[in-house]
Design a protein around this ligand. Structure first.
Ligand code: NAD
Length: 323
């Protein structure tokens, strides 16, 4: 019997873990509900990239014991149903934080140094236009960084910001202030953080409380030199309002790795803005990170099903429900 279904391609280093553990697996490429109901019926584990696993599909997975996400977000799986059926949900908690944090640093630096515009100016023979860029070129040194969400990625980013001699402010209502302070970072309220920030980065999940956390109201309270980056989830910043803020120079610029609709439509008004850089939800897609995620995804499956003590318990999202 096939033990593991792979929904989405993963690096071969992960597949090797399955093979070494004598777990057979199959790739699923047809995500139609009819096909998924047949293909997933008898598998014990699903390694899941970005495809959706709603309740009506999960209901047909009669042997399923674990869904192992290749990543840390799990808004594509019906967690309530998994909890009800005592099916484990695993994530790759230690694999991608550093990679996403580096992506944010790259966006911060690109935006404040006007890298995109600089490149265009040189290539198009307009070298002397550099004078016109001066007033918009910024630096990180001694600036206020405001990190919203102090989990794995938020912490990795805060540590990287230290090297640039910045002052790091953190808002996370679920993290004790002493944990923020012990690393020489500064706890701050959401409202205050928005006002004093030179750079803002979002590292929290999307849910009913965080959808449209940043709208016209918050953007209007930011410094007009503020740079905001979202690598968390599309919809935490209201996209239409961000377009408005960038068009009207309410803030300096923005970087987005995630969108309200992915992929965004061809006529998305974001594409017309030059004070914005975009990436295709690729913040964690370095080769090294993909290898780590594939290995961790498969180790979660093998260790969970083998009841091994090597299982990283913090990777099991619903461990309290499973006991
Ligand atoms: P995490 O669970 O380690 O941390 C999330 C933090 O957000 C927690 O500390 C939590 O307390 C905090 N939080 C929750 N609600 C909040 C609120 N209302 N205000 C402030 N803080 C709040 O998650 P992580 O691994 O750091 O990932 C963070 C985000 O990045 C997630 O949305 C995840 O899906 C996304 N992500 C994106 C990519 C990418 O490729 N772009 C890759 C990995 C993760």
């Amino acid at each position: 019997m096939t033990k593991v279904a792979l929904m989405g391609e993963i690096h071969e280093d992960g597949l090797q873990i399955l093979t070494e553990s004598k777990f057979n697996y199959k790739n699923i490429t047809n995500y139609s509900h009819e096909n998924l109901k047949i293909e997933l019926k008898n598998v014990e584990a699903i390694a899941l990239r970005t495809a959706e696993l709603p309740q009506n599909i999960l209901h047909e997975c009669k042997s399923l014991k674990i869904v192992s996400r290749h990543g840390v977000g799990y808004d594509n799986v019906d967690l309530d149903y998994l909890n009800k059926e005592k099916i484990a949900l695993a994530i790759t908690g230690s694999a991608n934080a550093v990679t996403v944090a580096e992506h944010v640093m790259a966006m911060f630096l690109n935006l404040c140094k006007l890298s995109k515009k600089s490149d265009i100016i040189v290539r198009s023979g307009q070298f002397n236009l550099k004078a016109s860029m001066q007033k918009n070129m910024l630096e990180l040194y001694k600036k206020n960084i405001f990190i919203i969400g102090f989990g794995r990625i938020g912490k990795a980013l805060a540590n990287r910001c230290k090297g640039f001699e910045t002052k790091v402010y953190v808002y996370d209502p679920y993290v004790e202030t002493k944990i923020i302070k012990e690393n020489n970072f500064f706890p701050i309220s959401f409202e205050e953080g928005i006002k004093i920030a030179d750079f803002i980065s979002l590292h929290l999940p999307i849910n009913e409380k965080t959808k449209y956390l940043i709208t016209k109201k918050e953007l209007s309270q930011m410094k007009n030199t503020c740079i905001i980056v979202n690598t968390a989830r599309g919809g935490i910043i209201k996209e239409d309002d961000l377009v408005w803020a960038l068009q009207n120079q309410i803030i300096h610029s923005a970087g987005l790795d995630v969108f309200e609709q992915e992929p965004p439509k061809d006529n998305n008004p974001l594409f017309a803005l030059d004070n914005l850089i975009l990436s295709p939800h690729s913040a964690a897609l370095t080769l090294a990170c993909r290898k780590r995620m594939a290995v961790e995804t498969c180790k979660n499956i093998v260790h969970y099903l083998n009841r091994s003590s090597e299982l990283i318990l913090s990777n099991i999202v619903n461990k309290d429900i499973l006991n």
